[in-house]
Design a protein around this ligand. Sequence first.
Ligand SMILES: C[S@@+](CC[C@H](N)C(=O)[O-])C[C@H]1O[C@@H](n2cnc3c(N)ncnc32)[C@H](O)[C@@H]1O
Length: 353
Amino acid sequence: MAGTGADAREQVAGRLLRQAGACERLGSPLSGLLLRAAAEDVAAGGPTWAVLAPHAGGHRDDALGLRLLAAVHRLVLERRAPALAVHYPSVGGTAGPRGAGAAFLAAVADHAAALRDLVARPCQTNEVARAAALLGGFLAVARATRLPLRVLEIGASGGLLLRWDRYRYTAPGWSWGPADSGLTLDGLFARPPAPDPPAVPVAERRGCDPTPVDVGTQEGRTTLTASVWPDQTDRLARLRQALAVAAAVPAAVDREGVATWLPARLADLVPGTATVVYQSIVEQYLDDDQRAARTAALDAAGARATAAAPLAWLRFEPIPGTPDFVVDLRTWPGGTTARVATATPHGAAVVAR
Ligand SMILES: C[S@@+](CC[C@H](N)C(=O)[O-])C[C@H]1O[C@@H](n2cnc3c(N)ncnc32)[C@H](O)[C@@H]1O
């Protein structure tokens, strides 16, 4: 039940301020500034509070600040907030930060009804650079098994990480992936993984998401673009290129949650392929029942895994209670776990182990 008093406003303002700090640490001063203005407005009971009040009392991990940023960014991308757009580099705005907070609050006031609906949508950041963090895990499975991979992604969003093998990855003196890829992920590695094997056949690519984004539609592409912070033009450029790759490489994302989808996908392991189940930055959105169903499906399939039909579980997630994000890989038969990388939440500064 949403609260309405000063305590509820302070709680929501606190969540926005925490997100502001995270945006600033991750290189988006504009998002930090906008969220700080929003937090002040919430605490004062202004228009932003009128939009966010239904979410008072929500879980601190429900990404409310990100959802507000994405909702307003969508208005800008759709040319519905021209006075704010001049501050948004994502649409060519060059006015800088001065006055951006006031313009943001004015846009919130002007579009309160639309924003109430948009903010209710789930967080849909499909960050393609996270493929750089996951890459070492996929290569480790391919290297150990020498089998084509069957890749099954939990929380796939628009499915951009289902095309991980179709991107080019580069670092000084090192590269992996097709040289003619439409997307080169450069500068993301502090230490890249061993580029072995040099190519990995993918036999099946399939994901699940309760609210998948259809990247074949303008609506879907706008949803993903709105989820990128507006002053992070490098991420926006990567997203545009990833969308072009996605248009040429089919990948199914089923409209379904992990709890029912994964047991069905793992009912039979496919001999002659290595099944890799993976997720990135999804854990905070799952409840205990969903996590338990996932673990049970993996354990049951792991017990049936063989050298001819092996199973792997690759995950890129924060270590709870710490600022660290890690990539861990569990493999069956055997069920052993190894850390394959550390990275920042959006997939930069990847250190392969
Ligand atoms: C922050 S996004 C991350 C998307 C993608 N994994 C990435 O790293 O780019 C979290 C995703 O988890 C999805 N999600 C939420 N609950 C889920 C569930 N029960 N089963 C599968 N996916 C879920 C959301 O819809 C959303 O697309």
